[in-house]
Ligand binder design. Structure first.
Ligand code: SIN
Length: 528
């Protein structure tokens, strides 16, 4: 199990999991139950806070009308056929049964049921059948709560809250033994900032799993929580791991819009149940853009349609009209949305909901193999931080929780199978974190402004509709900013915010560089 030394604490585990959403916790549980000692690192004050918490719509599960072939075809259709076929095949065959066996039976997620006791299946865009398990519109909360409850009973998992990963530790970058530079590079742990003590410690392990979530908060408008700043992607890149498909950032077409209210997701399953997009002139406009699939066309198409309508009307939003849904009680089926809209003064039963598209999901990420292993030995990535290739150029709705679950369990199991002890001499050759000699207290105004600059640069120049000239402008602006931020990082007393800023500007640059390198519009990368 973990061992702390005196002085500056150093920790040793068999596995370090950075991030505490469905992918990270599933990985930790499966590794711990196979015998490993595991640390879960969360930068949040509470391990409950993760992207998973905010998922509304649901997770694809088993259903009688479905088949692996049908699901596979829908995933390819949404992903513009550039998906990793091997990964998709594994997921469609083994993923839905895992929802029943792991989430429903083992962990005890209380999926919504019909009056006759069957799982209540819902539908979202680009799905050819009803196959989505949900817990009203609070699926993520229910899954996260059940996972955290379960992990409290697993003794060999230790959770570190308010701990922000600063950088991965590798032999080549960090060992004091000069010979390590000539050996194959491998990950040996991470330097981690304890927010309560304001001190950085070395956490050492033969395997690290990054499950740090996505990049939504690098854009001005997002459905994601504040912590989605691309940390894992930046850390992996600095350590030398490959990152792929970074141009594919998915925008969700319907996020609540109100000048004075924080954005929140309006689940696609509301459209699955019959809600329709309407412009401010009262026209249901999706028939102009996709007369066949209408409001349930793939997300990238719907997001662009909303964006164009907003441009045409010179408006800040369009509407989602749920007034036509008569076969279910909106306040019972969608209690979260109902209550949040009501608090903002809108009764969704009788008034249309103002919505905008917003950054939602990163389809690219750290390149991993079928076990979730990155190109760097010792480093795995799972969930949104990883790119298994399942999503291709655009993700099918309600596949992300499934992907996180499936590769979480798989990567945790693989780490346990490959468990090894690192040589003591190698561990001892890793130095403690070195503070800069003259530390400055950071000025929050500068940090916040730099963050806003990243968000508006990404939204305006690398958002839903891109062009080469906009991307070139973004690249130049981010280059300038990253130089300034790096200087700042080197001299400042570290805080979570500074770490996120440094990671955010690097991940934003990775996205922009990938978008510039790919002139072909496909899926959610659309370049004019
Ligand atoms: C939604 O509920 O609309 C989001 C589901 C997803 O992104 O998979």
């Amino acid at each position: 199990m973990a061992a702390a030394s005196s002085g500056s604490p150093r920790w040793e585990f068999d596995l370090i999991v950075i991030g505490s959403g469905i992918a990270g916790i599933s990985a930790a549980i499966s590794a711990a139950e196979a015998g490993l000692s595991v640390a879960i690192i969360s930068k949040e004050a509470s391990v409950f806070e993760a992207n998973t918490w905010y998922a509304q719509g649901g997770i694809v599960g088993e259903s009688d009308d479905d088949s692996p072939e049908l699901l596979e075809a829908d995933i390819y259709h949404a992903g513009a056929e550039i998906n990793n076929r091997e990964a998709v095949r594994l997921l469609v065959q083994e993923g839905p049964p895992l929802v029943s066996a792991f989430l429903a039976e083992k962990i005890g997620v209380p999926f919504s049921r019909t009056g006759t006791g069957e799982i209540d299946l819902t539908r979202e865009a680009a799905h050819s059948v009803r196959r989505i398990y949900h817990v009203t519109d609070r699926t993520g909360q229910a899954i996260q709560t059940a996972l955290v409850d379960y992990l409290k009973g697993v003794k060999s998992i230790r959770v570190f809250e308010d701990h922000t990963a600063v950088d991965l530790i590798t032999n080549a970058h960090h060992s004091r033994d000069s010979q390590e530079l000539y050996r194959p590079t491998r990950v040996l742990g991470a330097y981690i900032l304890d927010g309560r003590r304001a001190a950085v410690s070395a956490f050492l392990a033969p395997a690290v799993i990054l499950s740090t979530g996505g990049v939504g908060n690098l854009f001005l408008h997002t459905s994601n929580p504040a912590g989605a700043t691309g940390d894992g992607i930046a850390m992996a890149r600095r350590a030398g791991a490959e990152v792929i498909n970074a141009e594919y950032v998915q925008f969700h077409p319907t996020v609540f819009y109100h000048r004075d209210v924080k954005r929140f997701l309006i689940t696609e399953s509301l459209r699955g149940e019959g809600a329709r997009l309407m412009n401010r002139r009262g026209e249901y406009f999706m028939k102009k853009y996709n007369p066949k699939e209408l409001d349930l066309a793939p997300r990238d198409e719907v997001s662009r349609a909303v964006y164009r309508e907003m441009e045409e009307e010179d408006s800040d939003f369009v509407y989602l009209d749920a007034r036509g849904i008569k076969n279910l009680a909106l306040d019972e089926r969608f209690p979260g949305i109902f209550e949040q809209c009501k608090a903002a003064g809108i009764d969704i039963r009788s008034e249309p909901i103002p919505v905008i598209p917003a950054a939602h999901f990163f389809c690219g990420g750290i390149k991993v193999d079928l076990n979730g292993m990155s190109s760097l030995p010792g480093l795995y990535a799972v969930g949104e931080a990883a790119c298994t290739g399942v999503h291709g150029a655009n993700r099918l709705a309600s596949i992300s929780l499934l992907e996180g679950l499936y590769w979480g369990v798989r990567a945790g199991g693989d780490a346990a199978r490959r468990a090894q002890k690192l040589p003591r001499s190698l561990l001892d050759s890793i130095p403690d974190w070195i503070e800069p000699t003259a530390v400055e207290e950071f000025d929050p105004v500068l940090v916040n402004q730099d963050f806003r600059t990243i968000q508006s640069t990404m939204w305006n120049y690398a958002g839903i509709i891109r062009s080469r000239s906009r991307l070139l402008r973004a690249q130049a602006d981010l280059n300038y900013l990253s130089h300034r931020i790096e200087q700042f990082y080197k001299g400042a007393r570290l805080t979570r915010r500074i770490v996120e800023l440094r990671d955010g500007v690097l991940t934003a640059s990775i996205i922009v560089d990938a978008a510039l390198a790919n002139p072909a519009s496909r899926g959610c990368h659309y370049i004019e």
